[in-house]
Design a protein around this ligand. Structure first.
Ligand SMILES: [Zn+2]
Length: 284
């Protein structure tokens, strides 16, 4: 089963992949941000890549096709997804160019498609632990081993709608709430991965201090320079995580939807059943 990756396209270029090919995948939720690129590592591990914002970064955090991206990876047989994000730091001791592998998310987004099960088939599933604990730990280990960067395992990623950065009042509020980093893409990606019964974890590169730090006004230039530096660390992390990925999953993600479908099978319209078949067909 291929390991999936959602993030910047630079990671794909950095891996020693053989036999790479593009797969045009369509989904009941529209087209993914780009064709899925599938390749094989020297040890035989397959990898499937999707650039979250499209090949030329033409999709904003609000308009990225999260559902189609996750569904497309599921379709090509992915069971575990690694992601990367750019984030701002809410803590003095998490300076730019730190890698954070969060274990919690606080959702402040407003206008996204949060579920595969929006009508005709209602699914309520636990989301107390938004990241796969096993893949999260594995990714943090990989970062500590392979990346030339400070690594913080665990912490809360507050996800804002964007595309603008936070106001100072919002930033202070997030700090007072005990959150650690702020970004724009963890939600709904993590929710959808869980609904698709995929393991999911993310490595978040700190590009700047968020605006709470009075002497640290965010400029795009500053963000881009740190993002470029983080990319090298992310590449090393993801490569190591893929190379060392255990053969078998040892978590509950593969059965996340079991018992969570609230709509009786006979009440689910045929076209809805067809749409959700890949995700919950086994339980209907
Ligand atoms: Zn898992």
């Amino acid at each position: 089963m291929p390991v999936g990756f959602i993030g910047g396209s630079g990671i794909y270029d950095s891996l020693p992949l053989e036999d790479t090919r593009e797969r045009d995948v369509t989904t009941p939720y529209g087209d993914p941000a780009a064709p899925v690129t599938v390749g094989t590592m020297p040890d035989g591990t397959e990898v499937a890549f999707l650039p979250r914002h499209g090949r030329d970064h033409q999709l904003s955090p609000t308009t990225a096709p999260y559902r189609a991206n996750v569904h497309a990876l599921k379709q090509v047989g992915v069971e575990r997804v690694l992601a990367s994000n750019a984030v701002g730091s809410l803590r003095e001791d998490l300076p730019p160019r730190t890698l954070v592998v969060p274990d919690q998310i606080f959702d402040r987004t407003r206008k996204r498609e949060y579920t595969f099960f929006d009508e005709g088939c209602v699914v309520h599933m636990p989301f107390a632990e938004p990241y796969c604990p096993h893949v999260k730990s594995h990714l943090a280990d990989a970062a500590r081993t392979a990346a030339e960067a400070d690594v913080e395992e665990d912490g809360t990623y507050v996800c804002i709608e964007g595309p603008q950065y936070s106001t100072r009042a919002e930033s202070e509020h997030f700090r007072a709430s005990g959150f650690d980093v702020v970004g724009m893409t963890a939600i709904p990606e993590a929710k959808l991965a869980r609904e698709a019964e995929l393991c999911y974890a993310t490595v978040a590169g700190v590009t700047d201090y968020d605006v709470w730090k009075a002497d640290s006004e965010v400029t795009l230039q500053e963000v881009l320079e740190n993002a470029a530096a983080n990319e090298d660390a992310n590449k090393a992390t993801v490569r190591h995580a893929i190379e060392q990925m255990p053969d078998e999953r040892a978590c509950d993600c593969a059965h996340a939807v079991e018992g969570a479908v609230n709509t009786p099978t006979e009440a689910i319209p045929a076209e809805v059943r067809e749409r959700v078949d890949l995700l919950v067909g086994d339980y209907l």
